[in-house]
Write a protein of this length. Sequence first.
Length: 385
Amino acid sequence: MNNLLQWNRHLAKIAFITLFIFSAFLEAWADNSKELRQIPFIVGADVTMQTKVEQAGGAFKINGNQEDAFKILKHYGFNTIRLRIFNHPSGQGPMCCDLNYDIALAKRAKSEGFNILLDFHYSDTWADPDHQQIPATWQKLNFEGLKTALYDYSKTVITAFRKNGVPPEIIQCGNEVNTGMLWPDGKTDSPDGWRRFAQLVQVAEDGCRAALPLGYPILFLHHIAGASSVIWHMNNFLKYGGAMPDIIGVSYYPCWHGNLDDLKKNLDQIVDKYHIPVLIVETDYPWTNETFDNTPDIWHGKPLNGMPPFTPSGQAKFYTELIDTLKTLPNRMGLGFVAWEPTWLPSKRFGSPQDNLTLFDQHGNALPALKAIKGAVGSDTSVSK
């Protein structure tokens, strides 16, 4: 069975190239040629709150004309939509992203030509390095029962996406799993904890694969917060039985993770050590220090040394420099980036902790960063894998 899964994964990596294409192409490998396969530079947006924003009256504009947010993102060169999924969220505020909610958004994204990156939190609420709360319905399970529930849930979700015609191209099994997931069973505070965590990741991926045809093109992303934590985490993950992922995903928020020079140094080390693509799977940057509703915001203050000002033009410069940083990684292993909740507009009905970090102003007008992103990505939209 393990050999079959490994072969399935190998087929998936190859087949992915033909599915995940916009302008990039796959060059033929003849006579055992070592020519590099080409896949597109990912320009992504996690817009999980989009439906809630629209229900609260949020509207989006380009050149003064109202337009669907997905169409605007597509116009500016975005090609990937990331959606996070909670097991059984409360339904209150942002605790809304269950299976049905996500499938509806995925259908909208696919209809506009986007690919889907699905982000399993494996929790009923937010999961991050300090919070990996096990879903309520799994809390009384022993470890074997937990693995079975995890496998079945992962398979059920991906089966539902597939049957609705929106299977994801990339799957992320766990969110910011620096210290494991599904605590306490998968908490990496001991060698046994690391071993259990590695088993949980494998079981989750196996469940996802079981929902798809043999050889279906899918890639798995392993998500870590902060590039400086990646090597420590991956060394332990691999040491205690984890498999090398297809993509290393990194959260990069300058307020917590340093300036772009710090990021570049850490990414260079990651790709030199592991030789697999890196995706900045979460990032953002302020375009103002103002706030526009009563919801406390994530980040205010002043820029780090060497970073652009918190202005519309400063935000545009940040994204331009981020793209340049990714494109200059050794062996062109910078796979792209995903802006986190760039459409979470402020409102009285549905407040936004993100309203100074979006790619649209408080009235829904496209900010200069969108044009800058399109210009920085340009026609050279492929990276090697």
